[in-house]
Design a binder for this molecule. Structure first.
Ligand code: CP
Length: 525
């Protein structure tokens, strides 16, 4: 059993289990108490030669400076503030090559990275460990200090710690309102998983439609058992009686918005900005939080609130220092947990998407199609029910896509579109003397789910499989995440292959940036 956190990474908040997060919050509470009582804090300090690299490729005040100060708390650590503008990034060096090199410069390294590219820490966590093992070095830790509009897990840690402080560390229940730009705000996206530390969760999403939380995050919250309500503005929210005592504001991320949304900036901003007339409608003991920075001209939490008891955001920002010290204590090996800390991998049943189907009459099967014009085949494969129920144009498009991705260019074969007995159109591809490999069937399931594969031997259907969307799709060069800011997108030249996980709504979620795709959107061809 492993009890330390050496080599663990934090790309998304879910990389720490609920027990691990609660362990971190209890340690941060102890550290703060000991500091207040002027007690010895050395047990929290990293003991070994550890290089802490602080790599900020996007602007930051709080996250960067609180990490710099948290790193200085660890007196034995070597602190390196990486100057990206003077680095070989400017000579088009890849992220993987850069971090491979840096890993060689300390016995053990912790990298803290803020980047515009989403999924960077996950990719580096996977790739740099190969470099480390080639050189007998321990795998380094990567900490995501905010990646594009994806996640900001260390902000999530300080937020949850602050909420717990408000509730005297009782994690039975939280009722929280998330207000502002819920579409682009990575800190509110991290709440979907971060709020799991509470046993019962009620979330009110307060944002106009244009800035509302992406639907796959809302589904995820509901699947976790959160009670979710949606409101278009603070004004609408205050008209009802069940108001949260935790209000979490975010700024409008204008830098990430398109022209169409920017045109409505004024109206959108008004709907999520607190106004003086709202004060009398607030519940007792409510606290306002904000990851900060506030916009200095148009803050969603205006400055007249600074000196009122609702101000929770200043203490929240200071908590960034304490919680980041503890995160470094954990990843630097100074704090061990009283439970197993080994990284848990998700088990996915690869077989459940290729299901053997009964063969009604071996002599018939595909041969019945022959009556309508195809030459029956003696041996080979018939892919049937392609895009069933769609228009003939869509079916044709799917057939062409299958041919292209599975490279059936120069195979003697036949395609067709038929009307089924139930009146729906469907497509088929007949491949004489071709037997699809398991990998090809898997690929086909991701190109055209809900298709049937018939294996024909000596003029009979010997095997028949119904295929559906696989739970995980990986290992194919033609896959592409549609998000141009994803580290895996070919535009970013990292030369890595993306992978997708199917969610309960049959959306395919990029494993790196967590953008949701339909099965039709994951192919670059
Ligand atoms: N909350 C936050 O991430 O602030 P900075 O961008 O200043 O780091």
């Amino acid at each position: 059993m492993k009890n330390d956190f050496l080599g663990r990474s934090l790309s998304v908040i879910n990389d720490l289990t609920v027990d691990e997060q609660i362990f971190l919050y209890k340690q941060a509470q102890r550290l703060k108490e000991k500091w207040k009582n002027k007690e010895d804090l050395s047990k929290f300090q990293i003991k070994t030669d550890t290089g802490i690299y602080i790599v900020f490729l996007e602007p930051s005040t709080r996250t960067k400076e609180s990490f710099v100060n948290a790193a200085k708390f660890h007196k034995n650590a070597k602190i390196n503030i990486f100057e990206s503008e003077h680095s070989s990034f400017n000579k088009k060096e890849s992220y993987v090559d850069t971090f491979n090199m840096l890993t060689g410069y300390s016995d053990y390294s912790i990298f803290i990275i803020r980047s515009k590219l989403e999924g960077t820490c996950k990719l580096l966590d996977e790739k740099v460990s190969d470099f480390a093992s080639r050189h007998n070095l321990p795998s380094p830790s990567f900490i995501n200090a905010g990646d594009g509009k994806h996640e900001h897990p260390t902000q999530e840690i300080l937020d949850e710690f602050t909420f717990l402080e408000q509730m005297n560390f009782n994690n039975d229940y939280i009722h929280i309102a998330l207000i502002g730009d819920l579409l682009h705000g990575r800190t509110v996206h991290s709440k979907v998983d971060g709020l799991r530390i509470f046993k019962n969760v009620e979330v009110d999403l307060v944002a106009p439609n244009e800035l509302q939380m992406p639907t796959h995050y809302i589904s995820k919250m509901k699947q976790k058992g959160y009670n979710v309500r949606i409101f278009n503005s603070i004004e609408e929210y205050l008209k009802q009686n069940k108001k949260a005592k935790v209000w979490y504001f975010t700024r409008l991320q204008l830098e990430r918005m398109g022209e169409d949304v920017l045109e409505k900036e004024h109206i959108l901003r008004k709907s999520v900005t607190f106004a003086k007339d709202f004060l009398s409608l607030l519940p007792q003991d409510v606290k306002f939080y904000h990851p900060l920075p506030r916009h200095k001209t148009f803050p969603t939490i205006p400055t007249f609130l600074d000196s009122l008891p609702v101000n929770g955001w200043e203490k929240q920002a200071i908590n960034g220092y304490w919680t980041r010290i503890i995160l470094l204590s954990m990843f630097g090996g100074a704090l061990n947990a009283p439970f197993d800390t080994s990284k848990k991998s998700i088990k996915i049943n690869e077989e459940d998407f290729v299901v053997a189907a009964p063969i009604k009459d071996g002599r018939k099967g595909v041969l019945t199609e022959g009556k309508r014009g195809i030459k029956p085949i003696e041996n080979g494969t018939v892919i049937d029910h392609i895009a069933k129920g769609h228009s003939p144009e869509k079916i044709y498009e799917t057939i062409m896509k299958i041919r292209k991705i599975l490279m059936f260019y120069n195979i003697d074969s036949a395609d067709g579109i038929f009307k089924s007995a139930d009146g729906n159109y469907k497509g088929y591809i007949s491949l004489p003397d071709v037997h699809l490999s398991k990998k090809q069937i898997k690929k086909l399931s991701a190109i055209s789910p809900n298709t049937t594969v018939n294996i024909i031997k000596n003029g009979r259907v010997k095997e028949k499989y119904r295929i559906s969307l696989p739970p995980i799709i990986y290992g194919f060069e033609e896959l592409m995440c549609k998000n141009e800011n994803c580290i895996t997108n070919p535009k970013n030249d990292e030369n890595v292959h993306v992978s997708f996980i199917r969610n309960e709504d049959n959306q395919l979620i990029c494993e790196y940036c967590e953008t949701a795709h339909t099965f039709e959107e994951i192919w670059s061809l």
